[in-house]
Design a protein around this ligand. Structure first.
Ligand code: HEM
Length: 287
């Protein structure tokens, strides 16, 4: 067993207290959005309602990092990138940090009028959904430590932490209920979430073969396109087939469906390369 030195508690070192490049790079990457928001606010780059801008920006980052936290497990098992485990806790806690920042900024926007805050949380459905997602994330955040793993046992802890998928789903619903004009990022997050869920299923049922992964990428890409089209169909009078066709037109943007397809194919190719040339599973797991 490795002795726990004070240095091993710092987020940029491994358990032996050595500086870990992957942890340091992840930490800096996760802090960058917060630094950027502080710079925007201090330098006056925001609109005349800066708090409202920051509520949206922190919400966007909370959502992106929450989805990113789900990438770690498929990266380990599908692409056999075991070192990803080193940053799983940090990424999950960063998602919680940006969510709490998002809520704190929203409370600031309402001038900390607690009665109004409580009323809005109960009466506006999209906020109630966001609150339930947050409570789940807090429960996962406070149990993200070695002591809780020991207390709950590995199986119990894993069962508890599989609630992250429910928290992400609720966060996506919260996001969609709030979107006004442009649903492309929300559709992208849904597509990536579907992709990660399907990788999870593939891992449970079969070895992640190239064809399985390609098929998952294709199905989730179509899913992202359909979700986006359906959103515009329900919220505007835009013709659903025109939105679907826009998914293949790359002249003014790369659609969420194409991003999802690209990400899925990249993982399929990576998994294939790792299976052929990378370390064998037993060695990879020990590493
Ligand atoms: C008590 C919990 C929550 C409250 C009170 C809350 C509050 C809000 C509010 C007021 C908005 C609308 C901002 C505007 O359009 O002016 C918003 C949008 C948003 N929230 Fe939350 N939220 C909560 C939880 C969450 C969670 C858990 C996530 C994801 C992890 C999240 C992600 C988002 C996103 C992505 C948006 C859309 C931002 C945009 O339009 O660019 N929120 N939230």
């Amino acid at each position: 067993m490795i002795a726990s030195t004070p240095a091993s508690w710092t987020p940029w070192t491994d358990r032996a207290g050595r500086i870990s490049f992957i942890k340091l790079a992840t930490l800096l990457g996760l802090l960058a959005p917060a630094m950027w928001m502080i710079a925007e606010w201090r330098l006056g780059w925001l609109s005349p309602k800066p708090t409202g801008d920051l509520v949206r920006e922190s919400g966007d980052w909370a959502m992106r990092i929450l989805v990113l936290s789900l990438v770690v497990t498929p990266l380990r098992y599908v692409a056999r990138f075991n070192r990803a485990i080193l940053v799983r806790r940090m990424v999950g806690l960063a998602a919680l940090f940006y969510t709490l920042l998002h809520i704190a900024l929203w409370c600031l926007d309402l001038h900390f009028e607690w009665l109004r805050i409580a009323t809005e949380l109960v009466l506006r459905l999209f906020l109630t959904v966001g609150l339930v997602a947050t409570l789940l994330m807090v429960a996962l955040g406070v149990t993200s430590n070695d002591w809780s793993i020991r207390k709950l046992g590995s199986a119990g802890w894993n069962r508890l932490h599989s609630w992250v998928y429910v928290a992400t789903l609720l966060s996506l619903i919260h996001y969609f209920m709030e979107v006004r004009l442009d649903a492309s990022e929300a559709a992208l997050m849904c597509g990536l979430f579907m992709l990660l869920m399907s990788f999870r299923q593939i891992r449970k049922r079969a070895t992640p073969g190239f064809l399985n992964l390609m098929l998952a990428a294709l199905v989730c890409s179509v899913g992202a396109g359909l979700i986006e089209a359906l959103y515009y169909k329900l919220s505007t009078s835009v013709n659903i087939s025109r939105v679907l066709m826009a998914n293949f037109d790359v002249s003014y943007r790369v659609s969420p469906a194409l991003w999802v397809l690209g990400a899925g194919l990249a993982v399929a190719v990576l998994a294939n390369l790792r299976a052929r040339f990378g370390p064998k599973p037993a060695r990879a797991a020990r590493a």
